[in-house]
Design a binder for this molecule. Structure first.
Ligand code: IPM
Ligand code: MG
Length: 355
């Protein structure tokens, strides 16, 4: 098992360090190799995704990724910004299927801002298409408007596009996942306004015919955003495009109490995967031993399950996480009265001990 470890920026280094400790403690035959990415790579090598890092990621069976970004890079030209590293890795490795589970642990039911009865027992999977949509569509840019009331002014433009095959393959991943879970799939679109999304909806309905055992529905994204807050437990698997999935998965993470608890897997056609917490680099708390490492530790568990077929080892990590939560240990983001506040390293210690 060759694993590329790309810690990145901000809290990325702290949280991946804890996940690496956990992986090593399993004593499985694995090789871990680290490389800089994001702002850290830009500072050292002048490129957020240096060729050496990309080559390491390509050669690895799986990638453990921390987080990238920082205020100091926000004024850089777009190609030099840390975010380009994430987008570049996704595109170069063909990581089109992004699995973002939202699970409400019984111990954290009060950490959510929503009423306990709305979220308790929630087990939702958002499947986000990750290599298409307006994120990658060409053409894009800023030009001078040639007509209309704002003629002569600068206008920004991006292109939303999805090919039929792109929609089909993500739907197949979604239906296969739904089959192993609650057997319900909701495709989220904006077919009432956008041509691309009408195609999305039609192709989703077509693929659904191949999975008669899975209950299929379609929902407009604005309604889906509302339903996620109103009654999230109506959903099992939600499949959506790149941009809507970005937004809905952040929203769904808060159902669980903290974005610091949310792992993710981004897979290509051959189950090579990049595993990362869905949160960012949180520069405001970086280096202070405050970050929650559990999302990254749970991402390592997803790695074992999806890239290496090691369900048992993945389950051990997940049980260890449940155990530390049951012991009442909490990082600041999930802290509530009556629990014990711990730092990033202490949380890692506790997970190791529980393992
Ligand atoms: C995410 C992030 C990224 C995205 C950024 C960092 C490019 O928000 O993984 O959700 O928009 O996909
Ligand atoms: Mg996001």
């Amino acid at each position: 098992m060759k694993i590329a470890v790309l810690p990145g920026d901000g809290i990325g280094t702290e949280i991946t360090a804890q996940a690496v400790r956990v992986l090593k403690a399993l004593a499985l035959p694995m090789e871990l190799e680290e490389a800089p990415v994001g702002g850290a790579a830009y500072d050292r090598l002048g490129d957020p995704l240096p060729e050496s890092t990309l080559n390491l990621a390509k050669a690895a069976d799986a990638i453990l990724f921390g987080a990238v970004g920082g205020w100091q890079y926000d004024t850089q030209p777009r190609s030099k910004r840390p975010e380009q590293a994430v987008l570049g890795l996704r595109k170069h490795l063909g990581l089109f299927a992004n699995l973002r589970p939202s699970i409400v642990y019984p111990e954290l039911v009060n950490a959510s801002t929503l009423k306990a009865e709305v979220v308790s027992g929630l087990d939702l999977l958002i499947l986000r298409e990750l290599t298409g949509d307006v994120y990658f569509g060409q053409p894009r840019g800023v030009r001078i408007a040639e007509d209309g009331p704002f003629k002569g002014q600068r206008e920004g433009f991006d292109t939303m596009r999805y090919a039929e095959g792109e929609i089909r393959r993500i739907m197949h991943v979604g239906f296969a996942a739904a089959r192993k879970r609650g057997k319900k799939l909701c495709s989220v679109d904006k077919a009432n306004v956008l041509e691309t999304m009408q195609l999305w909806k039609d192709v989703a309905a077509d693929v659904a015919r191949e999975y008669p055992d899975v209950a299929f529905s379609s929902m407009y994204v604005d309604n889906a955003a509302m339903q996620l807050i109103r009654n999230p437990k109506q959903f099992d698997v939600m499949v959506t495009g790149n941009m809507f999935g970005d937004i809905l998965s952040d929203e769904a993470s808060m159902l669980t109490g903290s974005i610091g608890m949310q792992p993710s897997a981004s897979l290509n056609e051959s189950s090579k995967g990049l595993y990362e917490p869905i949160h960012g680099s949180a520069p405001d708390i970086a280096g202070k031993n405050l970050a929650n490492p559990l999302a990254t530790i749970l991402s390592a568990a997803m790695m074992l399950r999806y890239s290496f077929d090691k369900d048992e080892a993945a389950g051990r990590i997940e049980s260890a996480v449940r155990k530390v939560l049951a012991q009442g240990l909490r990082t600041a983001d999930i802290y509530e009265a009556g629990t014990t506040k711990v730092g990033t390293v202490e949380m890692g210690d506790a997970v190791l001990k529980a393992l």
